[in-house]
Design a protein around this ligand. Sequence first.
Ligand SMILES: [Zn+2]
Length: 322
Amino acid sequence: MRYVVGVDIGATKTRVGLFKLDGELLKVVTATTPQEGSDEVVAHTVISQIFKLVSDPYREIAAIGVGTVGPIDIRRGDVVGAPNVRLKTFRLKAPIEEVMRVKTYVVNDCVAAVWGEYIVGAGRGFSNVVYVTLSTGIGCGVVVDDHLLLGKDGNAHEVGHVVIDCSGRFVCGCGSIGHWEGIASGANIPRTAATLAREWGGPDTEAYRKALEGSMTSEELFQYRSRSDVFADYLVNFLAEINAAGVASVVNIYDPEILSLGGSIALRNPGFIEVIARKTPKYTVNRMPKIVLTPLGENAVLIGAAAIALNTPLNLVKLQGS
Ligand SMILES: [Zn+2]
């Protein structure tokens, strides 16, 4: 029996999945993404997880696909200067190939996810597909005219850093101001909530006080909102507006037929996606695509990474070999 391995390296968790050659996901193991150590420590975490999945990987694994937090150096298959991982820079492709002795492809996590959508997910049968993740960060993957967009270093479409706001009140993790991710990503929601709380002239509510402390997580925000907290409702609406402006920018730039949303914030709050989809058309010039929650769920990157290994796009073969 031969398998492929799909790997999803997130800021906090690294998930490794075993797939049959027809794409069926058989098993997933999860490890903590190392935050310190040598520049090969993440690669070795991936390798040790693969050994948990199969008894004889040298005979059984046909290829490995990795979707990782970025930014990446796509020629080397390394991560360089990741803002959300303390290790920042670490090697992947070379150390994995060296130990596993099998072809390994490394792409940005959202690039993997959109390829998964295109091959087996919401984008199946479409030529123009966009995947957007609303999670710790905000990112996107794009297929235009059946072509997976990569960019010179593999970091095309860093849409989390499109400018949505010019008021100067919101500083992004990258250091610039007014970026989509700097306002609406999971990592930045506590700060956005605090900013809006300081400006709030409405009633003193539980969510308002929590926000003022600077400790409002996205999960808590949606819980408060489900309990009809008026400040939480205001904040969710504000974030939906920001996300709609971001999604509309993506639609205006790439003109997709279908745009799927994933990531923990989207997956936990399908109702939020509906609000975003309703608010998006007023910001678009292009004809609206279908906006859906990813059918691949929390496995979007994992399945996408396996799809990269199974149906490797030609432009990636050019960069990382065959
Ligand atoms: Zn930014």
